[in-house]
Design a protein around this ligand. Structure first.
Ligand code: FRU
Length: 490
């Protein structure tokens, strides 16, 4: 494994497919002390008849590749779906296993889309598909052939399944095999839906529905609300704030198909058992992923985001989703090489970081712009005409990421400057938390309610960073940790 990690554009602390193609994370589940990541896979450098590949980890940093889990069959390709740990054998599939086993819900794509069930008694290494289709799109009251990406969770002693790919539907089951319709919402149109409860900063339990879609608007979106019975049927009822507008945490191009890990039964309203919710995103875009491997002359295409921890904070009357890198990434810090500045004066011609030449690094910064500061942020991975800009435009109240000079440009869309409306913190400061890997940049700002992930394909000689400033008189606190990759120490 260590050898292939050395490739020119291979991220050094993000998981990526070893060879071939990957897109969405699938079947994320924590079981018997291990995290399982399954993902959309095809044995070529472009998308094709989908398989589920598999990798496992105990720390979400180091991953071990496992055999391909699911192959296409006579019914079609294995599109995205989820896995739960059936620890109480509600399915009756694990009579001979005390600790239960894994049950997968797969969207089978062929002549319309259907949900199939498979199970594994050996922690996801071998799978047996049940013969029957669990739910056929022809039974869908909305009659849409887009009937995919099932995500299953447990609440109030019942299993629930969110399905979309087109409009949003909710089903329920007692045994994971026979499913009944609960409700539909044709106004929510998305790929890869996910629905989970979370304790917000005000102590209330709220439900978050997340989705991904290519058009229109933001690629990843969320809505906050409640999961409750309406006319006797379980329904996701969104808060007023989210009825028309959707929320979005992310403005970069390379973040799609979010899925959260199944950890346990969420319990009941009266007695909730809410685990920490962790999520993963495909760090790529349908706008250019299919030309990526060929353009970069590599035999794989597909990387995942950092593992993120989800939170919900209340701002005024509104709940806002937060996504933060998990703490385990702190283990990558080369603490002896940290560089820190406190309350340092920043001018347009500053050379503060001129001696820093890192490739993999983390920046934690707090800026205090003055009345005359126009733009503030960083130039990342700079060298011979290359740089990636991450900065805040004070006049236009926008956060931006610009990779038009980030090295290999995959196509026109890849070059777009991505941005999002954002205000400075109430005290006039600006926070930035940035992770730089060999071929990607992830930014977290505004209390982690806003983030961006973008791949960059710079030369290996484009290293380090500098402070970007237009206008004068800013000050800042800046910490830079060089990071180690997961297979090497420096
Ligand atoms: C999202 C998606 C899913 C689908 C899968 C197919 O990226 O389009 O909706 O199940 O990819 O690979």
């Amino acid at each position: 494994d260590e050898i292939y990690y050395n490739e020119a554009y291979r991220d050094q602390y993000h998981f990526s497919v070893k060879e071939g193609w990957d897109n969405d994370p699938n079947g994320l589940v924590y079981f018997n002390g291990k995290y399982h990541l399954f993902f959309q896979f095809y044995d070529d450098i472009v998308w094709g008849p989908m398989h589920w590949a598999h990798a496992t980890s105990t720390d979400l940093l180091h991953w071990e590749n496992q055999p391909i889990a699911l192959y296409p069959d006579a019914n079609g390709a294995m599109f995205s779906g989820s896995i739960v740990a059936d620890v109480n054998n509600t399915s009756g599939l694990f009579n001979d296993q005390e600790e239960g086993g894994l049950v997968a819900f797969i969207a089978v794509d062929g002549n319309g889309q259907r949900i199939k069930v498979a199970y594994s008694k050996d922690e996801g290494i071998t799978w047996k598909k049940l013969d029957n289709i669990a739910i056929d799109w022809t039974e869908d009251p909305l009659q849409s052939v887009h009937f995919r990406d099932p995500k299953v969770f447990r609440w109030e002693g019942k299993w629930f399944m969110a399905i979309a790919g087109g409009p949003f539907r909710l089903y329920s089951s007692d045994n994971l095999i026979d499913w009944d319709l609960e409700s539909t919402n044709a106004d929510i149109y998305t790929e890869c839906p996910d629905l989970y409860p979370i304790k917000a900063s005000d102590g209330k339990i709220k439900w978050v529905l997340v989705g991904s879609k290519e058009f229109p608007g933001r690629k990843r979106f969320y809505k906050v609300g409640d999961f409750t019975k309406v006319d006797g049927k379980w329904t996701f009822v969104m808060d007023k704030d989210y009825e028309e507008d959707e929320g979005s945490t992310t403005f970069g191009k390379d973040s799609y198909a979010t899925m959260t890990y199944y950890v346990q039964d969420f319990g009941t309203e009266a007695n909730p058992t809410l685990p920490e919710i962790l999520e993963l995103n495909w760090m790529n875009s349908w706008e250019y992923s299919k030309i990526l491997a060929e353009t970069l002359h590599q035999d794989y295409a597909g990387t995942f985001s950092l593992n993120l921890k989800v939170g919900l904070i209340k701002e005024g009357d509104k709940y806002l989703l937060t996504e933060s890198p998990i703490e385990n990434y702190n283990k990558l810090r080369l603490n002896s090489k940290v560089q820190k500045w406190k309350n340092v004066k920043l001018t347009e011609d500053n050379t503060l970081l001129k001696d820093f030449k890192g490739e993999l690094y983390e920046i934690i910064a707090k800026f205090h712009p003055s009345k005359r500061t126009k733009k503030i942020g960083f130039r990342l991975r700079t060298g011979s005409d290359e740089e990636t800009l991450v900065y805040y435009d004070i006049e236009n109240e926008k956060i931006l990421i610009d990779r038009s000079k980030s090295g290999v440009i995959l196509n026109e869309q890849f070059k777009d400057v991505d941005s999002m409306a954002m205000k400075l913190n109430e005290d006039g400061t600006l926070d930035m938390h940035i992770y730089v890997d060999r071929s990607s940049i992830e930014l977290f700002t505004k209390d982690d309610t806003i983030n961006a992930a973008n791949q960059i394909f710079t030369k290996p000689t484009s290293l380090g960073a500098s402070v970007l400033i237009e206008g004068e008189e800013a000050t800042g606190d800046i910490t830079i940790y060089p990071l180690k990759g997961i297979w090497n120490n420096e």
